[in-house]
Design a protein around this ligand. Sequence first.
Ligand code: ADP
Ligand code: MG
Length: 310
Amino acid sequence: MISEFSLINRYFKRQSNNKNISLSIGDDCALLAIPQGYELAVTTDTMVENVHFFADVESYDLGYKLLAVNLSDLAAMGAKPLAATLVLTLPQADETWLTAFAKGFFDLAEQYHVDLVGGDTASGPLTLTVQAMGLVPQGQGLRRSTAQVGDAVCVTGLLGEAGLGLKIKQGYDYVNPINALNRFNRPEPRVNSGHALLGIANACIDISDGLAGDLGHILAQSGVGACLEWDMLPLSDEVKTYIETTGDWLMPLTAGDDYELCFTVSPEKLAELTIPYTQIGVIETEAGLRLIKNGVVQALTNKGFEHFSR
Ligand code: ADP
Ligand code: MG
């Protein structure tokens, strides 16, 4: 069986030509330079077999998604990805598995110029952790706590695509499952969109646990509320068909894994946005999250949406 050190060298050590990375894999630490006027944005996310992913998932997709969810956190901060570390706990060193895992990881890493600068390798139940680091201009990182009353609530991309992919995996029969499954297995971190929001958006979060919950974090931390309009939600024909056949209209609001960005921006600055987005509602003084559907205002409680009158 392949040794720990040849495993690292064979699958994870790559040449870097990033001038901010003074030292990469092979020493006790990596050394990163933070350019003047920037802050280092740091995030980490872990994925545990049978908790965060199915045991039958392709290792290519695991490598891709593990990095993608971390880059999505950098995107939500408006940070430009710089480097990552990788902690692998593996039941065995299966080289077929490792080859595809590394390919998935580096396919995405190369796209966003992220260098793998270190990590740790151990044997045990399959657990995968990435820490990602990025650069954001000093004081400009997009926070959750700074939404303002009157802001437009906006999202990138479509809602519920990954949720539909999960439903398909769980047995929902759909004629053309490829797109939804792809969105579930290989989410596209909105790195460029996040960066383009710097200096324009007031608050931002990535949608990993569902729009309602994630927007809820912005609302709670900013001390505001919001009202969304059902008819403004960006839904694909596939998701609309899913809702028509199942009646499960909450899905695009509560399903996780979309990794789109949800951000708030003052109405005067909407015209400065250079990225594709959809406005879905407005930030209000009154706490809580509301939705106007068929002319009726409903409030989100922890039991789901309930009719609401004000
Ligand atoms: P230490 O004993 O100092 O923790 P290790 O022997 O664990 O160092 O690792 C040797 C080098 O390989 C270090 O630079 C470490 O960051 C890197 N490394 C270990 N595991 C991984 C991994 N899964 N991916 C990337 N780099 C790794
Ligand atoms: Mg170590």
